[in-house]
Ligand binder design. Structure first.
Ligand code: 3PG
Ligand code: CO
Length: 559
């Protein structure tokens, strides 16, 4: 690949930096009602951006536009930041696993060979998120692997389930568990001893990310590996129904269920993880299983006391970190992403400052850089992570927006950076709690932060891009939107209350350009209705005064 950036034929280089500001989960939903948290928030700055002729549009952020299998798939931060940073469409984990299952290559690779060594005399464990959300995992892929393993001779299978309620409606974990039990019953019928062994809610058990709170992984380790949890049950459906505390003063949502262990008639756990067992993590997405992968794979490990470290035959559904080569063994090779905007910046000696809080830090660095950890060139890149709170985010909807804003302003003013890249986590992280008011509150604050940043961009005669990676805060009620449910636009009402929507939406996202350093005649092209997140990187180089690298999807700037 030719990495040399050539000057843009018309757009001169700016005096000041380029600000790239990602408002995570800030969709531009066509339905603007009282369940659209951005609509009810006070957002004068982002509203004003829409009014500038030729400098605002929406771009697609879901489905095939970001490399997902179908246009029914909502976008997410992983695929969104991959597309934003790489400027290319990459077949994503979900698609690659689908392909490997339909071609059966998944059952022939090295990873499968490794786990199949345990089929005869040991237990095969599956651990992962049990839902059809399609963000981290999908039940149909798990079911195909379970059936494949039993057909190929696995004698004993145990499944450790993490309940979702975040990428799918709260309460749906019961349905997914029943579906899994059906599949396991079929396997039992064919002579395989197959059971659910442990579980818990994804935000409480196992699926921490970016080392925000290792206790989450510790709780998972104790339940899945050691068979220890504060609650034991004879079956998973009862566990979930009981732990949800429905009808009580403080019901618990699927995301936050306590860890539980399933025990047999003898009250002993039915499926601890032992030496020589095989373990498969069935999530395809990396961020929330990297920590568990480390706990399973690394002999040297200090994040928490594992008490016992079984020597397992461990494979990820994918390799979750290509640089760390973690895990060593995997069932499907991950997407190869090279020639990202970050790599081009570094090879052309352009400097970058990146800042977010823990919850989204890896998104604007690792995912943005094509699933690459670390720096391309440390002398040119500064990455700042502000530690996130470890409470449910609707309790402190401000999160770390203020701190991120200040860090961004300082970096812009320093004059040291060609690009300053910021991610505000709030609209997404608070949106995932389903709390409409808290989400509106954080959108108001984020809008204020954007205003302050844009003022500094002007002061520095810089340029800016304000955009998002996918929708979330723009729809907080289930089935309130035509774009989520084509049949009805009305919110679902249960027991007199609107049922909240915790997941991302299918809405496109805003894309705004500007700044005092941007010549007046630089405008966005008309048309390009198909443009999506993958068109941002080329646009970013043009805004910096360079011709866009030719392998990237086309820029949205008028020629
Ligand atoms: C999560 O992991 O929090 C959700 O499943 C997806 O959210 P994200 O794609 O915005 O990180
Ligand atoms: Co999200």
């Amino acid at each position: 690949m030719d990495f040399e950036l050539k000057p843009h034929p018309k757009i001169p280089k700016a005096e000041g930096p380029l600000l790239v500001c990602v408002l995570d989960g800030f969709g531009e939903n066509e339905v603007k009602d009282d369940y659209n948290a951005i609509n009810i928030a006070d957002t004068p700055c982002t509203d004003a951006l829409k009014e500038v002729p030729g400098r605002w549009r929406t771009i697609r952020a879901h489905g095939t536009a970001v490399g997902l299998p179908t246009d029914d798939d909502m976008g997410n931060s992983e695929v969104g930041h991959n597309a934003l940073g790489a400027g290319q469409l990459i077949d994503q984990g979900a698609s690659l696993v689908d392909q490997a299952l339909s071609s059966k290559s998944l059952f022939e690779g090295e990873g499968w060979k490794l786990i199949s060594e345990a089929f005869e005399s040991n237990t095969l464990h599956f651990i992962g998120l049990l839902s059809d959300g399609g963000v981290h995992s999908r039940t149909n892929q798990l079911f195909s692997m379970l059936k494949g393993a039993a057909e190929k001779g696995a004698k004993k299978i145990r499944v450790h389930i993490l309940t979702d309620g975040r990428d799918v409606p709260d309460g749906s974990s019961i349905k997914f568990t029943e579906e899994l039990e059906e599949v396991l019953k079929e396997l039992e019928g064919s002579g395989c001893d197959a059971k659910i062994a442990s579980g818990g809610g994804r935000m409480c058990v196992t699926m921490d990310r970016y080392e925000a709170d290792w206790n989450i992984v510790k709780r998972g380790w104790e339940a899945h590996v050691l068979g220890e949890a504060p609650h034991t049950f004879k079956d998973a459906a009862t566990a979930i129904k009981t732990l949800r505390k429905e009808g009580s003063e403080k019901p618990v949502s699927d995301q936050w269920l306590d860890p539980f262990v399933i025990v047999g008639e003898d009250d002993k756990p039915v499926g601890t993880i032992e030496d020589d067992d095989a373990v498969v993590i069935f999530n395809f997405r990396a961020d929330r299983v990297i920590e568990l992968s480390k706990a399973l794979e690394y002999e040297e490990f200090t994040a928490f006391d594992r008490k016992r470290w079984p020597k397992t035959r461990f494979a990820g559904l994918m390799q979750y970190d290509g640089d760390l080569k973690l895990p060593t063994n995997f069932l499907v090779p991950p997407p190869a992403i090279s020639g990202t905007s970050g790599e081009f910046m570094a090879k052309n000696k352009l400097s970058t400052f990146v800042c977010s809080e823990t919850q989204k830090f890896g998104h604007v660095t690792f995912f943005w850089n094509g699933n690459r950890s670390g720096y391309f060139d440390e002398s040119l890149e500064t990455y700042v992570e502000i530690p996130s709170d470890t409470v449910p985010f609707n309790e402190i909807p401000e999160m770390k927006a203020r701190e991120i804003c200040e860090a961004g302003k300082e970096a812009l003013r320093s004059g040291k950076y060609d690009q300053v890249r910021i991610n505000f986590a709030n609209p997404d992280m608070v949106g995932h709690t389903g709390d409409l008011q808290a989400t509106a509150t954080c959108c108001t604050l984020v809008d204020k932060c954007v205003k302050e940043l844009l003022e500094v961009v002007d002061e520095m005669k810089g340029r800016f891009i304000v955009t998002s990676d996918h929708g979330n805060a723009d729809d907080m009620a289930q089935a309130a939107r035509a774009c989520r449910d084509k049949k009805t636009k009305k919110p679902i009402v249960a027991e007199g209350k609107v049922v909240s929507l915790t997941s991302h939406t299918l809405a496109p996202v805003p894309f705004a350009i500007g700044g005092a350093g941007l010549p007046d005649d630089v405008k966005l092209k008309e048309g390009m209705p198909e443009a999506g997140l993958g068109n941002v990187a080329a646009t970013l180089f043009e805004l910096m005064g360079y011709a866009a690298p030719s392998h990237m999807l086309p820029s949205m700037i008028e020629e």
